[in-house]
Design a protein around this ligand. Structure first.
Ligand SMILES: [Zn+2]
Length: 1005
């Protein structure tokens, strides 16, 4: 552009000089002529005479060309293509298909000759799981579309593109199935236009994203073949995405929709014609799914989709025609349940427009929607006043019970999903109607610069609400306990938290490159704050006049960020480089190094964490078999964004053991760069009872343990924000003291002496973990090296999850371990290192040598508490605990594999219960060094298999072994004489399965 401008200036100067020379000559000629002609002589004769003189002919030619040149040069600085549409379409609501034809008139206003045109066929985004849409929904944590069936998918076909009446070739996009290229038979010259036409057949998908259908409620959006934008930066072909919006050419639309007569249609633009036709003779069968009672999932509460009313479709058809000038998209919605509210609105200029609201839910007075028209009017008036008057004749909002919470904007109409309050409806209508300005009229490239529509629009939302009201807090918190502890603005809070993790991305990031958790915080909320900063830099009145000029200069055009900046600088006369540079930077917009006040609070709080350094105090309660009920307090400073220095102290008085127990942790997080790398230094400690000794008189003496654990954890940076991979390296040393009991015989007094000596030991642990928490096929690998007195231990544990299409999946776990003696192996070492040795069976409480897991009864050898196992080592569910030499216990090597599969509801016998209990089956296979001895007397490979019930988000798992190797059968037969079946049942408490990052993916943990 720079080169071109210099050329323009130079050539303009030359032309100017030539014209001036000729101008002088022209005036001289005029004077001469005026002597010859009477001033009342006809002007035509005068001009004819002019053309007759060769000198004048040259002059006129030059004036003509220079004028053309000036116009052409002006167009070089800005031009845009135009596409006018004439579409006829009919809806078949039995199979949710559209049949139609589109006729486009494409005007090439560019200075370039076009040899092909990129065409978006976005219904094909729903064709299969190889589309950009499918990839992105998986990337953002949803398998709904990926595993959807053919009936739920959609496509567009039966295309036959003709340009100016002749069939043209289509070429596929190298990457994306929802983009094609049509090759023009004759190149389209600058200033020329051509017609592009094609019939189409389209299957509407289930509404996974923004368009399709839910039952016989239709949201027909991004639905017809449409050229990609060609602008001064070139072609912009883009696949349909859920995260990432649009960019389209302006034009005039006429759309004729034919459908059963009892549908109500809401669409872009004005209804210009409606006629009902006689019955087509066919009765349209109404599909209605068999009504099933909706089952509440007690462990995974979900939103239940409202049962659709069944209204038969009329057998006669109607055709409605809509038209709208100067828009870049056209959407229509059809529903037999739509109730229509309509009114008019006088704009400040005196122009009167139509206001329509279409709602589905609500009783006869339209429920939450009863004031919808009022909200639409208010939204139109406030944006008109602050930016420029609404230019169209109609504005509307329609309700659709679609798959997302929120709204979606289209020119002159917006779709609002089911809301839970009038306030929520007003917020959505205000924002979505506001998009008529930022998207509809100021049609920026939303895919690449999402902040230009969402950020600017959100900024005006805050102006609408006077900045006083927070839009998101009230609806997400029901009771005041949580409400009082929630941040004033949840969106800004999440943004601050992500910035503190250094996982944020600059506002100026293309939508397809933004991590799911960054999209809203960045392009809506940080960008809205950036607009506020710009306002503060300029002052509100200057800012407002800049925005009005921006509107007037760029309405019905495609402004880029540099165009916006140019307007701001031209109107304000100020240099705003520094403010605009922030768009491309990570981190906070302004550096607030405000000193925070120390504040005491109960339980926790996320409120005003930028103003206060909290210390939280709250009562604490605990329980285990030996300490019994424990009461105390917890003092901590855990909040978000997390403090660099964190602490937690929880002293607990045990009512059973009459001891003061508790736990404590202090940590310091150092972030050495700006890429999210973390080094966490921590020191943790705990003290509880681990066992008890009952003497001959029945007196119980609790035996305590305590541990002190210094640790360093390095969480590596991940340069790709879209990746779900986390890698870390952790070193820990466990200093453990355990109280034991010891008998001695007092030979003089002939009495037993019981002493309780404390024994200390240590374990060094180095762990490397790489995990990918992607929604499809997540995995985790852990390499663990441990060392203590006289031993070392190496273990690898791999986990992989294979998702099933319907729900659930197969979990695969593999373990390989090797135990080493340090120095010579001898009997004492073998005995002393027993808890550290490898187990084929999931270890018991006494084998949890770092006290890492929660045990109901850590050292119980009978009763149900003794049947608890840990997910470690071979993780067999059958055990031989009463044997002196347990099967599968080894001081050498061990390898095992575990498979756990969910059981589909259709064959799950527990599905008769009124709530869902996930039933699984497991199979474990393993082997170990001793099994390969010649005199082992058992198979080399052992196995067990059975059923598993997973409760509370897989935190509690109960295992019922049904099949197992002969050695286990023999053990149960010979050793367990009573309640054999019950005693084979085991369980694990897997607190590590509770993952906040799965519950709240938006926290980017
Ligand atoms: Zn928006």
């Amino acid at each position: 552009m720079q080169e071109w401008r210099r050329f323009q200036i130079l050539s303009w100067t030359i032309f100017n000089s030539i014209i001036q020379i000729f101008w002088l000559r022209f005036r001289f000629e005029m004077q001469r002529l005026s002597m010859q002609f009477n001033s009342r002589k006809s002007v035509i004769v005068y001009w004819l005479y002019l053309i007759k003189t060769p000198m004048m002919r040259k002059l006129l030619l030059l004036v003509f060309f220079s004028t053309y040149y000036i116009i052409a040069a002006g167009q070089q600085t800005y031009w845009q293509q135009q596409v006018d549409y004439n579409i006829t379409v009919s809806l078949n609501d039995a199979d949710h298909t559209l049949d139609g034809a589109v006729l486009m008139n494409y005007f090439n206003n560019s200075p370039d000759t076009l040899r092909f045109i990129w065409i978006h066929l976005w219904p094909n985004a729903y064709k299969n799981d190889l589309t950009a849409l499918s990839d992105q929904t998986l990337q953002n944590g949803s398998t709904d579309f990926y595993f959807s069936n053919n009936e739920q998918r959609g496509y567009i076909n039966r295309l036959n593109f003709k340009v100016n009446g002749s069939v043209v070739q289509m070429e596929n996009h190298p990457q994306h199935q929802d983009i094609i290229k049509i090759i023009l038979l004759t190149p389209l010259a600058p200033g020329a236009n051509c017609t592009i036409q094609t019939p189409f057949h389209e299957k509407l998908p289930f509404n996974f994203s923004r368009g399709g259908h839910i039952g016989q409620s239709y949201q027909v959006t991004q639905w017809h073949p449409k050229p990609a934008v060609y602008d001064s930066k070139g072609w912009h072909p883009m696949p349909y995405l859920n995260q990432g919006e649009f960019y389209s050419e302006f034009g005039n639309y006429t759309v004729q929709i034919t459908l059963p007569a009892n549908y109500v249609v809401a669409a872009t633009g004005n209804l210009v014609n409606e006629k009902t036709t006689a019955s087509n003779g066919k009765t349209v069968p109404i599909k209605s799914a068999p009504k099933k009672p909706i089952k509440k999932d007690i462990f995974h509460p979900q939103k239940t989709v409202e049962e659709e009313e069944e209204i038969p479709s009329a057998s006669n058809l109607k055709t409605v025609t809509y038209s709208q000038q100067n828009v870049h998209d056209f959407a229509w919605f059809a529903d037999k349940r739509f109730k229509v509210m309509t009114d008019t609105l006088a704009l400040p200029s005196g122009r009167v427009i139509k206001v329509n609201a279409f709602n589905v839910t609500g009783d006869k007075d339209n429920g939450y929607w009863k004031n919808a028209v009022k909200y639409i009017k208010k939204a139109v008036l406030t944006r008109s006043e602050r930016l420029g008057e609404y230019p169209y004749d109609v504005v509307a909002a329609a309700e659709g019970n679609v798959n997302y919470t929120g709204g979606m904007e289209y020119p002159t109409i917006t779709l609002i999903s089911g809301v839970n309050s009038e306030l929520e409806l007003e917020e959505l209508i205000e924002h979505e109607v506001g998009h008529n300005w930022f998207y509809g009229i100021l049609a920026s490239n939303e895919r690449d610069h999402a902040w230009m529509d969402e950020g600017m629009n959100t900024y005006y939302d805050t102006r609408y609400w006077n900045g006083e009201k927070d839009i998101n807090v009230r609806k997400e918190t029901g009771n005041s306990f949580f409400a009082n502890r929630m941040p004033a603005n949840l969106n800004i809070f999440i943004m601050q938290h992500i910035i503190s993790l250094q996982k944020d991305q600059p506002i100026e990031t293309t939508s397809d490159k933004l991590a799911g958790y960054n999209y809203d915080p960045s392009v809506y909320h940080k960008a809205s704050r950036w607009m506020k900063l710009l306002e503060q830099t300029l002052g509100r009145s200057l800012f407002d006049s800049c925005m009005k000029t921006y509107y007037n200069t760029w309405k019905f055009k495609h402004p880029y960020p540099e165009d916006f900046k140019a307007v701001i600088e031209k109107v304000s006369g100020e240099n705003v480089d520094a403010v605009f540079a922030l768009l491309s930077k990570k981190g906070n917009l302004t550096n607030t190094t405000e000193k925070r006040e120390l504040k005491l609070a109960s339980f926790f709080s996320l409120k005003d964490t930028d103003k206060y350094k909290y210390i939280f105090v709250s009562p604490a309660i605990g329980n285990n078999l030996y300490d019994k009920l424990m009461l105390g307090a917890v003092v901590h400073n855990y909040t978000l964004p997390a403090e660099k220095f964190q602490f937690l102290v929880a002293p607990l008085y045990a009512t059973g053991s009459k001891k003061l127990n508790g736990l404590a942790r202090v940590s310091y997080t150092w972030m050495p760069g700006t890429d999210g790398k973390q080094v966490i230094f921590s020191l943790a400690g705990a003290q509880f009872s681990r066992d008890e000794f009952t003497d001959s008189a029945g007196t119980k003496t609790p035996l305590k343990f305590s541990k002190i654990v210094p640790s360093i954890k390095i969480i590596f940076a991940n340069s790709n924000p879209l990746s779900h991979v986390v890698k870390y390296l952790q070193w820990k040393t466990f200093f453990i003291s355990e109280q034991n009991y010891q008998f001695a015989r007092d030979t003089i007094n002939q009495a037993d002496i019981i002493t309780y000596p404390t024994v200390s030991r240590y374990v060094n642990q180095l762990k490397f973990v790489a995990e990918n928490s992607r929604v499809l096929y997540p995995y985790r690998g852990e390499l663990l090296a441990e060392q203590g007195r006289n031993f070392a231990r190496l273990a690898f544990t791999g986990n992989y999850f294979f998702n099933y299409a319907k729900a659930g999946g197969l979990e695969f776990r593999v373990f390989a371990g090797k135990f080493f003696y340090l120095g010579e192996k001898n009997f004492i070492k073998q005995f002393e290192t027993d808890p550290y040795q490898l187990n084929l069976t999931g270890p018991r409480g006494y084998e949890d040598y770092t006290y890492a897991n929660y045990f109901a009864g850590r050292n119980k050898f009978d009763g149900f508490a003794s049947q608890q196992i840990v997910q470690r080592d071979g993780f067999f569910k059958v055990g031989t605990d009463l044997l002196g030499n347990k099967i599968g216990k080894t001081d050498n090597w061990l390898v095992a594999a575990n498979f756990t599969s969910s059981i589909p509801n259709s064959i799950n016998p527990l599905s008769i219960l009124p709530f869902n209990i996930p039933l699984k089956f497991f199979v474990d296979i393993g082997t170990y060094a001793e099994a390969w001895n010649e005199n082992a007397g058992q198979g080399k490979f052992l196995y067990d298999a059975g059923l598993q019930v997973s409760l509370f988000r897989n935190i509690v798992n109960v295992y019922v072994p049904i099949f197992y190797s002969k050695v286990y059968r023999d053990y149960y037969k010979s050793t367990i004489t009573e309640k054999r079946f019950l005693k084979t049942i085991s369980f694990s408490i897997d607190i590590q399965n509770f993952q906040l990052k799965k519950l709240l993916p938006q926290l980017a943990l």
